[in-house]
Design a protein around this ligand. Structure first.
Ligand SMILES: Nc1ncnc2c1ncn2[C@@H]1O[C@H](COP(=O)(O)OP(=O)(O)OP(=O)(O)O)[C@@H](O)[C@H]1O
Ligand SMILES: [Mg+2]
Length: 193
């Protein structure tokens, strides 16, 4: 108790102790995974607890068996959001490089975080589809063009770009380190790094 009888305000948690979910949404080959791991490395070196929930890895375990229908994509995103919130509520910086093509799925994750008072940042890795198709890290754009696959997000399956993300990151004409630094600076601005 303070001398005047009023309760003293609890000190604000240090950036290293504050959890948050940082969701990187964007097209295939936009740079989500690359940026998440670059940011994770830097945050860990600074003493943060960090977990990366990568879309591909999650689909091998937590979401094994789910496909790519609208419904399954929604289930995948809300599952990841559920785990992310639990970790973030316990002081972890959770980086989720996951396409999450539908606005309502992302909104559901945001709502769950808000209901629990957990920080949630939606980062749009806004690489244009033409550049993503050029990068084509997994060869999916080429396969779609050759008619070998269908349902590729942003090409012949929907991608609802965030209307009002916390941050829109450009990667076109930027080195990975530059984009990662921009993301880190944004977390610092928000008192999270
Ligand atoms: N500024 C940049 N930021 C991020 N990635 C970049 C940048 N410039 C070039 N790249 C390259 O773009 C590619 C992005 O691939 P990455 O696997 O990160 O995409 P992704 O968004 O995770 O795709 P997917 O949804 O298929 O998993 C990498 O080869 C990376 O080196
Ligand atoms: Mg990826």
């Amino acid at each position: 108790m303070a001398a005047d009888g009023a309760a003293e305000a609890a000190p604000a948690a240090a950036p290293c102790e504050r959890g948050a979910t940082v969701w990187l949404t964007g097209l295939p080959s936009a740079g989500k995974t690359t940026l998440a791991f670059a940011l994770a490395e830097r945050l860990r070196a600074e003493g943060h607890k960090v977990e990366v929930l990568d879309g591909d890895e999650i689909r091998e375990f937590l979401s094994k068996g789910l496909g790519f229908t609208r419904e399954d994509r929604h289930t995948n995103v809300t599952r990841i959001g559920f785990v992310a919130e639990k970790l973030a509520a316990n002081g972890v910086k959770v980086l989720a490089p996951v396409i999450a093509p539908y606005a309502d799925s992302r909104a559901a994750v945001r709502t769950r975080h808000a209901a629990n008072g957990t920080a949630f940042l939606e980062i749009h890795v806004a690489t244009p589809v033409e550049l993503c198709a050029e990068r084509d890290v997994k060869g999916l754009y080429a396969k779609q063009a050759a008619g070998e696959i269908s349902g590729l997000t942003g090409v012949d399956d929907p991608y609802e770009a965030p209307a009002d993300p916390e941050l829109r990151l450009q990667t076109q004409g930027r080195a990975v380190a530059e984009s990662a630094a921009e993301l880190h600076a944004f977390l610092t601005e928000r008192g999270l790094a």
